[in-house]
Design a protein around this ligand. Structure first.
Ligand SMILES: [Zn+2]
Length: 368
């Protein structure tokens, strides 16, 4: 036998690969968009420690992980207080984006709550500018698109939401990639109380979304005519309401691990979670991390977890990934990018080892 025969692996490498391996590989490689991720909750313990200049006495670090709902909201405020150095915040955001890229993300939208940084030395404008620098670098390095969503705080007077819109307009004027106005925080007021804020957001040219945590929230999102809904697990067992969301074409950004971790009384097992019911009902659902680092997950883990929970085929997983891209707030070359990613997804679904090797930067249909 000569050397040429020794190196002929054509029989050994003939596919398909193991079914579980295929799902795990696709969970990490499929192009996707991350649409529901909070910057403060995306920071890993080492980053938070770094932002806090290694202050060992503070409660960061060992207690960084999730520790209950009340702890969660106060903890995010602690994180935000650590944001006092522009360079460190830019580097930390870039690391968040780098991790997303390594989980298959081609587009990332990071949410920042406008009142979250009141106690931090850098302030909201400084945080937005620093994060903007990270997005610019991520676009240069990896062709990543995306930007920031500034959320009105539901835990305070709704009229303060106008401050979020004003801050978003000012940031956009400074060149920050501001995509939209959201709504998160402790749900003290009805979402409809934010109607004037959303009107102002739309007038300023922003898209709109809101966390829908209570049964009435989905109804309110439809009444307000928002562009997306975050969470919306209360659509479970509500075919009439599901039909309204479907006919409105409103994408729903869901998060599996975060809801299982925060609400085990509501969702004691993964397959009791609402996602699959909505997907099968034809709603535009996407899988997201919410607060990835805080809940010890990332996009690849979410995709693999969901695929295992509902025994998805590679095709279904590819369709879920594509749904996230189709729901993303992309303006530049939108249709060409979607067509490119669809081809890439189809190639990977056919063989997770063999993606379409034409990079998006080399695609003549894509200018920016
Ligand atoms: Zn969220």
């Amino acid at each position: 036998m000569n050397d040429q025969h020794l190196n002929d692996w054509s029989i050994e490498e003939a596919g398909p690969i193991d079914r579980h391996l295929a799902i795990n590989t696709l969970a990490r490689r499929l192009p996707r968009a991350e649409l529901h991720s909070h910057l403060a909750g995306a920071l890993h313990p080492a980053q938070v420690r770094e932002l806090g200049h290694g202050q060992e006495t503070h409660q960061w670090g060992a207690t960084h992980d999730y520790g209950g709902v009340d702890h969660f909201f106060s903890h995010l405020m602690d994180f935000a207080a650590a944001f006092d150095d522009a360079g460190a915040v830019r580097d930390a955001t870039l690391l968040v984006l780098r991790s997303a890229v390594d989980s298959g993300c081609r587009h990332v939208e990071l949410a920042v709550n406008h009142s979250e940084f009141d106690t931090g030395g850098l302030g909201l404008d400084g945080v937005l500018d620093a994060a903007s620098g990270a997005f610019a670098q991520a676009r240069r390095l990896w062709g990543l698109s995306g930007g920031l969503i500034l959320a009105a705080d539901r835990g305070i007077d709704p009229s303060h939401g106008h401050l979020a819109v004003a801050a978003a307009v000012a940031a956009r004027d400074r060149g920050v990639p501001m995509l939209g106005i959201g709504n998160d925080g402790v749900p003290l007021s009805p979402l409809t109380a934010f109607a004037p804020v959303y009107d102002a957001a739309r007038s300023a040219g922003f898209r709109t979304t809101a966390h829908a945590n209570k049964p009435v929230d989905v109804v309110d999102v439809l009444t307000l005519g928002l562009d997306r809904i975050d969470h919306a697990w209360e659509l479970q067992g509500q075919p009439h309401l599901q039909a309204q969301v479907r006919s409105a074409g409103t994408p729903v950004t869901m998060a599996l691990t975060s809801c299982l971790m925060m609400l085990p009384g509501r969702f004691p097992t993964a397959d009791s979670f609402t996602f699959e019911e909505l997907r099968r009902a034809g709603l535009r659902v996407s899988l997201n991390v919410d607060d990835g680092a805080l809940f010890a997950t990332d996009s690849a883990q979410e995709y693999a977890f969901a695929a295992r929970t509902w025994d998805w085929s590679p095709q279904v997983l590819g369709d879920v990934a594509y749904a996230s891209l189709a729901a993303a707030w992309i303006d530049d070359d939108r249709e060409a990018r979607l067509a490119h990613w669809r081809r890439e997804i189809d190639a990977l679904v056919a063989d997770p080892r063999m993606p379409d090797r034409t990079s998006i930067g080399a695609d003549p249909a894509i200018r920016s």
